[in-house]
Design a protein around this ligand. Structure first.
Ligand SMILES: [Zn+2]
Length: 455
């Protein structure tokens, strides 16, 4: 699509109504934040634990094809089942590191558990937008509008929900004022500016360079301006980063939160990090999460992370099989070969054959839940004397081209329940999903529970 620069002046600072499914035209900062929080389920309970989110800025081509194996850095999150956030440009080809990857790749990352924030249209000086001026003209705001407001519309035109604004550090020589420019001395009063009012009038959440590096207080009721902890930057050693992450495990940052910002390409040039150390960083975060020491959330999820509660929005309201009627386990549908079985203190789906049990989840759009990132979280075990391969399928039943998650998990023999957990996301146009839990191969699969939590 072509996007026409819009001229605005200081006296008409808020953008005109932008076609936008999420905000539905709202430019009121309070309503925007309320809507954004609603899409998170209001609160992301961490049950007393600190929370870390992983954020990658830029470097689309490295996410797609980087690393020694050439399979890309995005795959490293997927392989570990880690949700993450991407600060993305709205224009493919606008920078040399976004020329091979496309928005088709971005959509694939979203479906595999990434959320997307706007990082501007092109990461350049706003006053040079699309070469409007031979050199920056101070006080000419057209490009600022495009970078902040237009970029969100462009990303959402790609069928991807834009969760908020993550400031770029413009690479040209004439930075605009805070809060657009990375200013460590950012003040809340800086938002009473052209850039600040455009950010507040377009996004429910934005990040900046104020507090929160490396840790921020949780729960936090401030939704604009938080800083991040940047790893993979010149001179920063892995041991230092490891120490910061372990501070969350050691109780030094008990109940607090951190946004860990990663520039993936720096593994291959500017950073002392090796790729093995990068992998070790993700492994450490994953192992602390699996051990129940920290929670891993998305950057948007961190905005609503709250250690004082364990509540999370759950798309599957009847996910504990013990609560279901064995003869009629509504709203689940069991296919032939699946029964509700009780043994000892456990009640579960026993899937001997067939497609298992599935449950319809509708009207995501009506709830402003389309385009969100989720965490499948279930418990399975083998129902026989050998191992079983459990399966989880999450299609968009109206169009499997929009979403068709299909995963298998090898579960060893024995009575122990194994947690099956992974993130996934939908595109904006997905309004229904129909998760199915079942068996792929091996002995029978038993499922005790299945939930889809906001993350
Ligand atoms: Zn950047």
């Amino acid at each position: 699509m072509s996007y026409k620069p819009v001229g605005i002046t200081e006296s008409s600072i808020f953008p005109p109504r932008v076609e936008n499914r999420i905000t539905k035209g709202t430019t009121d900062p309070y309503l925007l934040t309320q809507r954004a929080l609603n899409s998170l389920g209001g609160v992301i309970g961490t049950d007393g634990k600190p929370a870390i989110c992983l954020r990658v800025d830029d470097w689309h081509d490295h996410l797609k094809g980087g690393g020694a194996d050439g399979l890309g850095y995005a795959k490293k999150f997927q392989d570990r089942g880690l949700p993450w956030g991407h600060a993305s440009l709205a224009k493919q080809g606008a920078q040399p590191w976004f020329t091979v990857a496309t928005f088709e790749d971005e959509r694939a990352w979203v479906k595999a558990g990434a959320e997307v924030w706007s990082h501007g249209t092109d990461h350049k000086d706003p006053r040079l937008f699309d070469g409007q001026f031979a050199e920056p003209v101070p006080g000419t705001p057209n490009g600022m509008y495009e970078q902040i407001v237009g970029s969100k519309a462009l990303i959402e035109a790609e069928n991807i929900k834009c969760k908020g604004w993550m400031n770029p550090g413009p690479t040209n020589a004439f930075p605009p004022e805070a809060p657009y420019w990375p200013d460590a001395n950012l003040k809340w009063s800086d938002y009473d500016s052209l850039a600040g009012r455009l950010i507040l009038g377009t996004y429910g959440f934005s990040s900046g360079f104020q507090t929160g590096a490396p840790s921020r207080i949780l729960p936090n009721r401030i939704y604009h301006g938080h800083n991040h902890y940047t790893v993979l930057t010149a001179g920063l050693e892995w041991a230092t980063v490891e120490g910061v992450i372990n501070n969350f495990a050691d109780g030094n940052y008990a109940g607090m939160g951190m946004e860990l910002l990663i520039h993936t390409a720096y593994v291959e040039n500017q950073s002392p990090f090796t790729e093995a150390q990068y992998d070790a960083m993700l492994d450490l975060v994953k192992s602390l999460w699996d051990a129940g020491v920290i929670e891993v959330v998305t950057p948007a999820g961190l905005m609503a992370a709250d250690p004082t509660t364990s509540f999370r929005l759950d798309l599957i309201r009847n996910g504990d099989v013990s609560n279901l009627s064995p003869a009629d386990p509504k709203p689940w549908t069991m296919t032939a070969g699946t029964t509700v079985t009780t043994s000892g203190s456990d009640t579960y789906f026993h899937v001997a054959s067939g497609a298992g049990a599935n449950i319809p989840i509708r009207n995501l759009d009506d709830q402003d839940l389309n385009g969100e990132t989720w965490l499948f979280d279930g418990w399975a075990r083998s129902g026989g004397s050998g191992a079983t391969v459990a399966s989880v399928k999450i299609p968009d039943p109206e169009d499997t081209g929009r979403l068709n998650v299909s995963k298998t998990f090898t579960i060893p023999t024995g009575p122990t329940w194994t947690r099956v957990r992974f993130p996934f996301g939908t595109l904006l146009s997905t309004n229904q999903i129909r998760p199915a839990i079942g068996r792929s191969s091996g002995d029978a699969t038993q499922w005790k529970s299945a939930h889809i939590y906001k993350v």
